[in-house]
Design a protein around this ligand. Structure first.
Ligand code: CCH
Length: 290
């Protein structure tokens, strides 16, 4: 059965912009969260992990059914820590009972990208809550950070993405941090971890060495020893089919923004069918409304 987008009766851009504004206001009230990272990284990761279970071969997973609150998906090690983002958004599920979990979680990611200075993300509503076991994806559909470039390429192929889109998407690691208690990895990718920029690519092109510590194998920057890269991030430098895009995006933030916007919008809609002619919403940032 196709997962056809179904917008709640009578709801328009204005209603979703209201939810957007509420989420943005709460982010603004919690800028100190996670050592100054705020909720930007957390919310982008929640949107991505709720979508990244998609498998184009079996047409399962994706953000449509909003299943991450259920076993086994909630217990997938890859989702460790994301209860923070779901709890953060929960009050809006109560205030706006018409919005589905999938819409709320993906909208949260859009707010986080736009409010941290990133590109506009075209977004369409219409995900529908499911409470059925058959709609919950199995665990193991999210990527393993200890792997190499071939793995990354193959992983994202399952979602329908090519090399250029993969590199663009990984640029989201400009935001937020790794947390040993969640993933075994530690630290932010750079100093501006509450701002959406092309800094991930600029830093990746710098020099990195393997960090000497008890945790998972990760890299730290030669210059300050205070920022990190995952093995899968370093893989973008090791493979020529990724490296050319890393260089493009490091040199041209506008190009990165344009490509990220397209790829992230596609990611959030994997597995969803939209009635022909369904136009995406473009939300105004809080600043644009002042
Ligand atoms: Fe990621 N990411 N990610 N990631 N991710 C982690 C954190 C964030 C991988 C591994 C990890 C994407 C792709 C990949 C974010 C966005 C995206 C962490 C640390 C690991 C591990 C989690 C923790 O400890 O809390 C791997 C592997 C891949 C693919 O190869 C994509 C795609 C996106 C979005 C477009 C963001 C943002 C974070 C920060 C989360 C936070 O809590 O601050």
């Amino acid at each position: 059965g196709a997962n056809v987008a179904t917008v709640p009766q009578g709801k328009t851009l204005k209603d979703y912009q209201e939810v957007y504004n509420d989420i943005a206001a709460k982010i603004e009230e919690n800028l100190d969260y996670d050592g100054g990272a705020g909720f930007y990284g957390q919310l982008v990761r929640l949107a991505w992990h709720s979508s990244g279970t998609y498998d184009k071969n079996t047409k399962t997973g994706g953000s449509y059914y909003g299943t991450m609150i259920f076993y086994p998906e909630a217990s997938d090690g890859a989702n460790n820590g994301l209860a923070n983002g779901r709890d953060f958004l929960y009050e809006f599920a109560v205030k706006y009972p018409w919005i589905s979990r999938g819409d709320l979680w993906t909208l949260g990611g859009v707010v986080a990208v736009q409010e941290s200075g990133g590109p506009k993300i075209p977004w369409r509503p219409g995900r529908v809550d499911s409470y059925e076991k058959k709609d919950i994806p199995e665990n193991g559909n999210l990527p393993d950070a200890s792997q190499d470039g071939k793995y990354v390429r193959n992983y994202f192929k399952r979602l329908g993405f090519g090399d250029r889109e993969i590199v663009a998407l990984l640029g989201a690691h400009c935001l937020g941090k790794c947390h040993p208690e969640n993933s075994g990895y530690d630290g932010p990718w750079g100093p501006s971890f509450n701002m959406f920029t092309n800094d991930f690519f600029v830093r990746l092109l710098g020099s990195w060495h393997v960090r000497q510590w008890d945790g998972e194998k990760q890299y730290e920057d030669d210059e300050t020893n205070s920022f990190m890269m995952l093995p899968t991030d370093i893989a973008l430098k090791e493979e020529s089919y990724f490296l050319k895009y890393v260089k493009l995006y490091a040199a041209d933030q506008d190009l990165f923004f344009a490509d990220f916007s397209k790829a992230f919008a596609t990611l959030l809609e994997l597995g969803i069918e939209y009635p022909r002619g369904t136009k995406p919403f473009l939300f105004k940032t809080v600043e644009e409304q002042e």
